[in-house]
Ligand binder design. Sequence first.
Ligand code: PLP
Length: 382
Amino acid sequence: MSKKELGLNTICTHIGEIKDEQFKGAISPIYLSSSYEFLDVDVKRYPRYFNTPNQEYLSKKVAALEHKETAMIFGSGMAAISHMFLAFLKSGDHIVVQNTLYGGTSNFIREEFPKLNIGFTFTDGYAVEDFEKAIQPNTKLIHIETPSNPLLTITDIKAVAQLAQSNYIVTSIDNTFASPVNQNPADFGIDLIMHSATKYFGGHSDICAGAVAGSKEHMDRIWNVSKNYGGSLSDFTVWMLERSMKTMGLRVKAQTKNAKKMAKWLEQHDAVKKVYYPGLKSHPQHELAKAQMKGFGAMLSFELIASIDSVKFQKALKLIKASMSLAGIESTMLSPAQTSHSLLSQAERDAIGISDGLIRFSVGIESVRDLKDDIEQALKQL
Ligand SMILES: *Cc1c(COP(=O)(O)O)cnc(C)c1O
């Protein structure tokens, strides 16, 4: 059977398993060796070469999930994204990136690229015309992130991929928010699929890791750069990640289902001004999301009415945690104006639609009834 014929949960559970030939155990053994036989072997294994047994086998699972030939596992999402960028951009090159990106990615571009003489353009908007306008003769990479953080705007994956192809430009996507459970950008022509595995891959808020999937040719380019910078993941954590990913299909589907219910409920709530969720009919790009996503994801944002203090609201929650990160099985909320976007001025935040009352909600697997009760009791306290 080919990998593509296997169902999601079968891939999550079985692809990339290492057979325990010695003891016939049910799960992959963990190989912590940092030194391997060197003479007369085909593969020179070394942790920083991203090819220890656990690293190599887990990458097969990521590749199968993202419908790509091969993949690499990194020490963090930022290690994945920075090495991917550096493999396709050298001094004098240019990258086109979507106007809103994960904060760390945006910082990496703004802080590091000027030192390396790599040019960059953040698009004015999310439409394919905005990308087209930003392309320059030396553009080598176009990078997108959809749904976006924190307002869940949708970029047309296929349109951007086609635009890039007709200009001989490589494309990459940060697929962290959707996860391969809800979105497979490879099916729409994207070359490189990147993940912060700290999020849905890990799913239990206890792992920091990253991954990139692509063709053998593209991944060889990334490997050639990455082996020099050294951003591989320790085998113990690789093994933990394999364990986590076995339930990713189940987790993310449950979270996605909950998110849809919560989005609908919040939308009709008196204390809520607006809900941003691609699964809602009211989302301006609902049809586009439907065309390119298998599910609408478990991230949403909502704006409380002006009379409610969003910080006090979050402090009043008992079950839902105010937390920096996202995608764990436990529900968490974050106020972008007070955290991820606090360095921007009020005017800058207003310009990109991040109000003081905006809350980003990473929906977990709890019973929806309990999540609603928690929000109600917090609102009552205020
Ligand atoms: C968290 C995150 C990253 C960065 O990943 P780390 O594992 O924190 O390095 C990149 N992109 C998105 C969308 C993220 O949520």
